[in-house]
Write a protein that binds this ligand. Sequence first.
Ligand SMILES: [Zn+2]
Length: 182
Amino acid sequence: MNGAKLFFIVDPENGAHMLPDDDTGLVCPECTRLLNCNYINPKFKVPKKCPDISHTYDGFQVVSQKFREIIETEGYQGVEFISIPACPFFLMRVTNVLEFSRPSELKFEDLCHSCGRYASVWGLLHVKVIVPFSGVCEGLYRSDIEMGYRQSIAPILIVPEATKLTLKKNKLTGVEAMPAPV
Ligand SMILES: [Zn+2]
């Protein structure tokens, strides 16, 4: 299916932190960006009334059991769910990548001399998603560029219109969709 119509899924912050108070060794000492993307805090719990998809203050995207079940029922490939020991939610990792064009409005700022990454990447409203020649099948995708500020820097979740409708039809909460320029 041709995926010319794409949407960014802008999920809400859930008010929790994944990282412990002492985050030594887990984040870059200079820019505070995450060093170990596989880290899971064994004591982490989502707040009550957490949406089906949301992210922590420190940029970890978490989804509910219901969200996971719908993705698996639909047979979307390239999505991993990692159990969180202390609560019935999952870290979601999407391995399907779509590239952003790199217009001059996209800002990479504060290059960190310790970890070699930028502490601030912004300009989402100006980027375009490069649609591959073969189109975009139903499913979940992530942007190649991670955006945000320091610890909250994360890839942007991108879906074609049919997938957005599936998420909406199943009444998953936290699914705020915004048209993605292509
Ligand atoms: Zn750094």
